[in-house]
Design a binder for this molecule. Structure first.
Ligand code: SAH
Length: 195
């Protein structure tokens, strides 16, 4: 599927009905999800892929539509899982309700994730990064481009004997979806890393 077609398909997916701030529920916008898949395609097509913190399923669905051999989404919130399953329709994706901390599964080729960045709970991204390194031969993760995010990611992966490469930076429009949001929308710079 071409990037533009993928973007159109993803733009039709349902979002979180009532996003939960404590879980940092922000859906990856369709154009960004489609661009990430294009960057990661060699580790997706024909490969087994985990989406950790799969939310409404955007990245898992994008991977399935792009020829992944097997896709498993892991997500703590049962309401999000329900939406993800609706979004996935007939696509062969397994969604497992579990906190990433408690999840154990067989190693896969690839982990693709947009985890919490730790805006609500400091270091909420850590268990995701830990689990991603134990499950995935190759890890693609989104992370905050500002506020020390880059230094942290580099040193985290180094400590796991992995070399992290920053593949690009996107501007995320964060719409005011939650009660604590004061502005209508803000922009956040987000990096995509491969490690
Ligand atoms: N990957 C989705 C959602 C990103 S938002 C997308 O790209 O659109 C982050 C997701 O992580 C939310 O769905 C949230 O419920 C989930 N999450 C947060 N903490 C979690 C944890 N400890 N274990 C599993 N999922 C978690």
């Amino acid at each position: 599927m071409k990037q533009k077609q993928l973007e159109i398909a993803l733009s039709k997916l349902k979002s979180f009905s009532t996003p939960k701030p404590e879980l940092e529920q922000y859906q990856t916008p369709a154009p960004i999800a489609a661009a990430i898949i294009t960057l990661a395609i060699n580790d997706i097509a024909g490969k087994c892929v985990y989406d950790l913190g799969s939310g409404t399923g955007v990245l898992a669905i994008a991977a399935a539509l792009s020829g992944a051999k097997k896709v498993v989404g892991v997500e703590a919130d049962p309401e999000a899982i329900k939406i993800a399953k609706e979004n996935a329709g007939d696509l062969p994706i397994e969604f497992i309700q579990s906190r990433v901390e408690d999840f154990s599964g067989e190693p896969f080729n690839t982990v693709l994730m947009n985890p919490p960045f730790g805006a609500q709970k400091e270091h909420a991204d850590r268990p995701f990064l830990e689990k991603a390194c134990s499950l995935g031969q190759t890890v693609y993760t989104l992370s905050n481009a500002t506020g020390g995010g880059r230094t942290f990611i580099n040193s985290f992966f180094k400590s796991k004997n992995r070399q992290a490469k920053r593949l690009g930076t996107f501007s995320f429009e964060l719409k005011a979806t939650m009660p604590h949001h004061r502005k209508k929308a803000t922009n956040q710079s987000v990096d995509i890393w491969k490690a």
